[in-house]
Write a protein that binds this ligand. Structure first.
Ligand code: IPM
Ligand code: MG
Length: 367
């Protein structure tokens, strides 16, 4: 078998710092578990813009298409705010998602026991929480045409279009039902069928796909009510499937239930490639956090857990993914905290590298 290939795009802000810890974790799996990866690195986002005048070169795009999995750090920063929309760092990320056709974005929100006190919600509301948001990632209002800023009479009009085809809804729904079958067999679909035609179609297609999964208990919620229910009693959910924009909002809210956005990984999956592996990109849910970049304060856990998702979903190494996730849990149990996880009395934060050290030590202990 050929060595599996990974493309690392660390990006901007805290991206390179957290990715440095992931590189050490990848190295550990090579040294201690004989799992070697063919790793290449390249630029994305502002870093690519600085070097090449574009947030993603065609060469990098081609590399991303050819590897088994892409690991992405984060993109963006205030330095790039004034850039033309077409070359903003975020366009690099959106191009990767769109051209690799990564339509299913899996965003787990899991509350580690050691952090249940840290959530802004009461402990009994979040302890043991384990939900999965499946966000449609390559269509909807993020990509729909027409879009732009036009002039009408004597003023300008900003336009974006929410648009979903039946097949786009169907494929992400199927993905969510499959996941629900492997989890708690409950799926809640969220849209705004009360005001949007795209939501009416979404609900109809999800219901139709559901007929193929009689074991899964399917429910529907308007996305605004869904947001409310997520804050009120999140444990009622198992898998949530929703569109691109609602998924963007709901996944940030769900992330915060767990205590810190610095904890959560994500997987963006497309159709299977020739070798049977899905087209895939893994990235933390958090952004580039320019306010703390370069200070060694960032929490690398979300990025490390994104690599765990790669082990599970791209390389069929569920046991090794469990090993890495358990190592992270063990580190948290020991009270090791980066600055974003403080709030508890008497705890001194460790640096990004310090957290990496602790994870590697816990991995050693797992042998
Ligand atoms: C996310 C981010 C992105 C999005 C941005 C950076 C383009 O918020 O992955 O959730 O809106 O999808
Ligand atoms: Mg977001």
């Amino acid at each position: 078998m050929t060595t599996p290939s990974l493309l690392i795009l660390a990006g901007d802000g805290i991206g390179p710092e957290v990715m440095a810890e992931v590189r050490r974790v990848i190295g550990w799996f090579g040294d201690k578990r004989g799992l070697t990866f063919d790793v290449t690195e390249d630029l994305v986002g502002g870093a690519a813009y600085d070097a090449h005048g574009t947030p993603l070169t065609d060469e990098t795009m081609a590399k991303a298409q050819s590897v088994d999995a892409v690991l992405l750090g984060a993109v963006g920063g205030p330095k790039y705010d004034a850039l033309d929309f077409s070359v903003k760092p975020e366009r690099g990320l959106l191009r990767l998602r769109k051209e690799m056709d990564l339509f299913a974005n899996l965003r787990p929100a899991q509350c580690f026991d050691a952090l249940a006190d840290f959530s802004s919600l009461k402990k009994d509301v979040v302890a043991g929480l384990d939900i999965m948001i499946v966000r449609e990632l390559t269509s909807g209002i993020y990509f729909g045409e027409p879009r732009g800023i036009i002039t009408e009479g004597n003023e300008r009009v900003g336009i974006n279009t929410q648009r979903y085809t039946e097949s786009e809804i169907e494929r992400v729904a199927r993905n969510a039902f499959e996941l629900a079958m492997k989890r708690g067999k409950k799926l809640c679909s969220m849209e705004k069928a009360n005001v949007m035609e795209s939501g009416v179609l979404w609900r109809e297609v999800v219901t139709r796909v559901g007929a193929d999964y009689p074991e899964v208990e399917l429910s529907h919620m308007y996305a605004d009510a869904g947001a409310m229910q997520l804050c009120r009693w999140p444990k009622q959910f198992d898998v949530i499937v929703t569109d691109n924009l609602f998924g963007d909002l709901l996944s940030d809210a769900a992330a915060m239930l767990t205590g810190s956005l610095g904890m959560l990984p994500s997987a963006s999956l497309g159709a299977p490639m020739e070798n049977g592996r899905p087209k895939a990109m893994y990235e933390p849910v958090h952004g580039s956090a320019p306010d703390i970049a370069g200070q060694g304060k960032a929490n690398p856990i979300a990025c490390v857990l994104s690599f765990a998702m790669a082990l599970r979903y791209s390389f069929d190494l569920g046991d090794e993914a469990d090993r890495l996730e358990s190592a992270v849990s063990a580190v948290l149990e020991k009270g090791v905290r980066t600055a974003d996880l403080l709030g508890e009395e008497g705890v001194t934060p460790v640096s990004t590298t310090g957290m990496g050290d602790a994870i590697l030590a816990a991995l050693d202990e797992s042998l």
